[in-house]
Design a protein around this ligand. Structure first.
Ligand SMILES: Cc1cc2nc3c(=O)[nH]c(=O)nc-3n(C[C@H](O)[C@H](O)[C@H](O)COP(=O)(O)O)c2cc1C
Length: 365
């Protein structure tokens, strides 16, 4: 299969975001509920990710204003650029309104429609079940496009329980999706088996729209091979990027070297600081509320920075507060916690990230 070069996808007449970004080398940070929040996106973007995608946000929750959580999920970090907001929903009017609100509140670079989430909570409200009724999915993309001048994309799995990805991608392309991301599994497969990159390649060959391939990419070399063999415009990386933002640097610059353990510990510490700062900074749409300062959501993340230092994992898996993170990393950071690190208070609001991640990833077994 021929590998398209970046120039196969020149900017559209409107200079679309995706077309511009696809002129660069690099990979995309996947949307991951419970992971791809502002701190993770910031680290990926700094290392050269082509773009990043928010955790999925309920269009209905956003429109009804019933889910304060939506504000966290959509809120950019200061100065954030190149971030796509992903929505899920099944009603064209609600999605159109959610697009308008997202544009006004979250400054997205583009909007993405989730057509791949398999979790029961989302069924009937959007996600992968729409792969059973693709005509509805096309209507949703059209409604989103009518509501914004920004690019609208869609992220699918191969199908619900059989591979219908070529047919569905063709329909999405005709509906005007600017990019189609394909996770190479059916919804019924959840996260079992291996992502089918041959199937992803067949989609890439069948539609004029740039296709992004997703599934099981863990190393720069794998990403290059997958891209070359499948002919996708770019590779998206999810689980492999947890604790490894350098994957994006490797694919943007060709520098595959993994930093030393002390440098990786510094990055883990920075992740914790960004986490603290983001979740304790009041939002202008929700100014009264001071948010969670807990480091619990990072318990699953921090050890991934240091797979070669298992002796540090027990402490990293028990962190509560920012000072605990510094303490756990001190053998590699080599300095005591800076003054004031322990002064932050955990307000006792239960952290949301593990719950969201478990809801999505619980389907992996
Ligand atoms: C914990 C977790 C959360 C996810 N959340 C989302 C999501 O919010 N929206 C989405 O489109 N895909 C979501 N995905 C799917 C990923 O974007 C990606 O397509 C999939 O994990 C395969 O890529 P990977 O092997 O690089 O992780 C999630 C996956 C995981 C493991």
């Amino acid at each position: 299969m021929a590998t398209p070069s970046a120039t196969d996808f020149p900017p559209t007449a409107t200079g679309g975001f995706y077309a511009r970004r696809l002129m660069r080398p690099g990979a995309v940070l996947a949307p991951m509920a419970g992971y791809s929040d502002a701190p993770m996106r910031q680290l990926a973007a700094e290392q050269g990710a082509l773009w990043t995608v928010s955790e999925m946000i309920s269009a209905r929750g956003l429109v009804l204003g019933s889910e304060q959580e939506s504000l966290h999920l959509g809120r950019p970090y200061p100065g954030e650029q190149g971030r796509v907001v992903q929505l899920f929903g099944a009603d064209p009017d609600v999605l159109a309104r959610a697009v308008a609100l997202s544009e006004a509140w979250f400054s997205p670079a583009a909007l993405d429609l989730n057509l791949g989430c398999p979790v029961p909570k989302v069924r009937g409200k959007g996600g992968a079940c729409l792969l059973q009724t693709p005509d509805v999915a096309y209507t949703l993309v059209r409604a989103m496009r009518a509501a914004t001048g920004l690019d609208v994309s869609a992220k699918i799995r191969l199908g619900w329980d059989e591979n219908r990805s070529v047919e569905i991608a063709q329909g999405l392309s005709e509906a005007g999706a600017a990019v189609i991301t394909v996770h190479g599994r059916t919804s019924a497969q959840r996260y079992t088996g291996e992502a089918d990159w041959d199937a992803i390649g067949r989609v890439a060959a069948a539609v004029p729209t740039p296709v992004i391939g997703s599934g099981d990419v863990l190393t720069p070399e794998q990403a290059r091979t997958r891209r070359r063999q499948s002919g996708v415009a770019a590779v998206m990386i999810g689980r492999g990027a947890v604790g490894n933002p350098w994957l994006f640097r490797a694919l943007a610059s060709g520098d595959d070297a993994l930093p030393s353990a002390p440098e990786r510990a510094q990055m883990a510490w920075r992740h914790a600081q960004l986490q603290h700062h983001f979740y304790t900074t009041p939002h202008r749409r929700d100014p009264a509320r001071l948010h969670v300062a807990s480091m619990r959501p990072l318990r699953k993340v921090l050890p991934r920075y240091l797979p070669d230092h298992p002796e540090l994992h027990p402490a990293l898996q028990q962190v509560e507060a920012l000072e605990d993170v510094h303490c756990a990393l001190t053998p590699l950071l080599g300095s005591p916690a800076p003054a004031g690190v322990g002064a932050f208070t955990d307000l006792g609001i239960s952290p949301r990230m593990p719950e969201r991640a478990n809801a999505y990833a619980g389907e992996q077994s």
